[in-house]
Design a binder for this molecule. Sequence first.
Ligand code: NAD
Length: 559
Amino acid sequence: MAAAGPRPVRAPRGGGLSARGWPQEAAYRMLQNNLDPEVAEHPDQLVVYGGTGKAARDWGSFEAMLRTLRTLKDDETMLVQSGRPVGVMTTHEWAPRVLIANSHLVGDWANWEEFRRLEQLGLTMYGQMTAGSWIYIGTQGILQGTYETFAAVAAKLARENKHSAGSLAGTVTLTAGLGGMGGAQPLAVTMNGGVAIVVECDPSRIERRIAHGYLDVRAEDTADALRRATEARDARRPLSIGLLGNAAEVLPRLLAEGAPIDIVTDQTSAHDPLAYLPLGVDFADMHTYAKEKPADFTRRARESMARHVEAMTGFQDAGAEVFDYGNSIRGEAQLAGYGRAFAFPGFVPAYIRPLFCEGKGPFRWAALSGDPKDIAATDRALLDLFPENESLARWIRLAGERVHFQGLPARICWLGQGERAAAGERFNDMVASGELAAPLALGRDHLDTGSVASPYRETEGMRDGSDAIADWPMLNAMVNVASGASWVSLHHGGGVGMGRSLHAGQVTVADGTALGGEKLRRVLTNDPGTGVIRHVDAGYEQAERTAAEHALRVPMREG
Ligand code: NAD
């Protein structure tokens, strides 16, 4: 057989089958969809997103998986070891059609150096979270996650009576960074009704975000930004403003001037001190300087981050809502000797954990038909199912207008315990009745309530100190296998790198059959359910209330 090589990849569309059943067909389409040039960052290298997160180990493995999926029977399961199909086993019709283990290393070996050595030998690949588990849907995921975080900020402000709207209307958010992920911030704030000032040192990033409709305007200078921001705030009109500058310079200045800022965060590339612009360095000189004098650059970048974080802490002292958005800026500022770096919290403990306690997480689905009308129909179904959920309704309406589909049309929204199962049941009925042109693949990010152990991110600061306990994602994966998911994945190192996280995923197909409906009901109840019980176990009262409401059994709370 000739060696397989890079080729353009696009998932088949429509209601016809290339495989023997829809669960196999869904895996066949979603694997290819992850490598669609509209979806993947470097499809020729099989890289989907997140550095080197891949969908298949090499082109030979990719073609072999497609070949196998086309002929896989309804009582067979394909085993995937770090992006390579290694076996087909006879199982049964309730079993997943694909089981995936990506990037695992034994504890003492779990570092990047050893991983890269083994990767070079062709023995493994980096699966990130949704790259190697075939449920990445492009930048919509980042936009929605950021939207959800800002919606949670608005809800917290409302709970604390600092702001009544339940949206960000009438508030000003100050942040920095308009890069790959940070670029979602301005749109996420305006979708929540607020005003955002976003500081960015690279003028091309500001122009790009305006061109793509993620950012509204560019300010002339700081005074212009503040004037426009306060006018829009007073009119309760959403507006996002790009401001060219160095955040380590602009934030302290705005603080000293007493600028009326309600919310402060940051998404500069602080996790990598060689990518953060130090004070006193021109943006044009940044890359050469970082390359030629990395130690000097790092020291100056860290010192600048300390000034940046000091200003963020100052805003907090002045009454603003301040949080770290997962870019390690607090840790870097601490390394530079700033003593109050951890005065403000990370975004997961502050806003996401209360959602996790309700079983909420980044639920998503893709229309295997390829027809955007199918997603529009599911959008309408959700609005009908959850009429009282304002933030969900706002997201669904605005996503319908603003989000451009990449690859197979898809939708993401955060749904909780009970809600996911209700949505799954409705979607399966819509497939059965012919309202949708073809089945749907229902899955989620690995960043979910019960499916991840990641002490620097999703499980930072757990109430009982269980941050690094990794039994939970294992139980989550096993329960999804036992409940009828179409494919289940267990990964290592997604989001935060080797040795720092373990996480699991599932995708289940709404194929319109009674069996498909039964599987969906179990998976979409038990999958978020493991998150609720994980948080009950850690002592969160909100999770106890959710468990009680949904009759989730927790033996240690019984008897
Ligand atoms: P990126 O490298 O694409 O963009 C970073 C931007 O920051 C660049 O446009 C750069 O010009 C700008 N920048 C650098 N130094 C600056 C300075 N001193 N002042 C103003 N602007 C400056 O990175 P990205 O993909 O957008 O991610 C940003 C950070 O946010 C990363 O650290 C990422 O890990 C983090 N993040 C975390 C989560 C999470 O934890 N879930 C989510 C989103 C982003």
